[in-house]
Structures are given as structure tokens and as C-alpha cells.
Design a protein around this ligand. Sequence first.
Ligand code: SF4
Length: 212
Amino acid sequence: MRLYDIILSSRLKEFEKRLLEMQISNLWYVTELTQCPKKHVFRVQYPHLKLANIVNARLLLGDIIHNGLEVLIAFRIPEARIEQEIEKKVKLKAYPNADFIIKGRADIVTEHYVYEVKTIKSINNDRKLPLDHHVQQLLAYLDLFNKDYGRIVYVVLNEGKILEYDITREKELTVEDMLLEQLERLRNKDYPIEEWECNYCIYKDVCDRVIE
Ligand code: SF4
């Protein structure tokens, strides 16, 4: 069996496992707190469109690098928890009749730190690192795991570099605030958050607000 087939079939199994969950509308993934909120709506409505990501070569490579780094870190820092899932039930004053769940999976969690590993193609001088949505994502994990420090690790494929950025928790920023902001954006049709999001969006063919 080809290595590629093994990786692909394990990604497919993971997708099938999550298919029902992806149709739950009051469940927000941590990544969805920091990107165009309409993607959350489309994920619930058209979960199968995410299948396209499974064969995306860049994402596949990103997965392999992730797994390699995680194995290395688990070996060097035995107490590190890898791919640590977390789930929090959330109530918002502005939506008293609704119950929300925020769910995510942090790459590496140690006693004091949360690490997020990101694979990027190259360093784009127009978009300063660390990228804002990656910082927001890590801040959400710091709140969820109740940790004060985090680090974003960028693996830059074309330049062959590893860049690391320390992020400190902002105690006043909670996942509840982030979720409320997303719900308000949806209500006011105030999306995408950044124009470039549409370029990389798997829902652009079904979206009536795509910015070309
Ligand atoms: S195409 Fe743009 S506006 Fe539509 S869901 Fe994607 S990112 Fe959001």
C-alpha cells in the first residue's frame, strides 16, 4: 500500500467520524471564532464540501509536518499533551435561549504553555507574522486551557525556516466575547473579516458575499 493511501484513508476516517458533529449549528470550533463567520454556517449546511480539503496536497503536507513535530516534542517533553481536545459549554447574555459549545484541539499543551504549529508556504511581506487570526486562535486556547503563555510555531516550507512567536494571555479576552462578536457579525452580515479570506475559502462557489 502506498504511504499516500494510508494517510488519505486515515484523513477520510477522521472526516467520517466528524460528519455528524459538523452539522451541529450551536457548536463552534475554535478556528471558527477567528475567521469569516459565514464559514461556520456553510460548514453546518454543506459539511461534505470540506472533503475537498482531504486531498489538498499542502494541507496533507502540513499534517505530516505537524505529526512529526508533535512526536519530537512528546519525546523531549514527556508531560506534553499532544492534540489536546477541549470543549466548553457557553451561555451568552445576549442569547438567553441558546446553549453553545466551543470545541477545539490544541496542537501541544504543556504545564505552562499552549503551542500552535502552522505550516505556511512562504513569508509574505504584506502579511506580517504572526497572523492576526492565528494569534486570536491561540488566545482562545489560552482562555480555554487557562494558561498564561503560548507560542505560535511557523514552519515556512519554501524558505525552510522555523519561526516562533510568544503570545501572552489577554485575561480580558474570553471565548465568550469572541463568540458573541461572531454572532453579531453574522446578524449584521458583516463578513468576511478580511478580504483575502475569500481567495482561500472552500465555500466561495456557494457564497453570495464572496469578494473576488
Ligand atoms: S467566500 Fe468569503 S464571505 Fe463567503 S464564506 Fe467564504 S470567506 Fe466568507
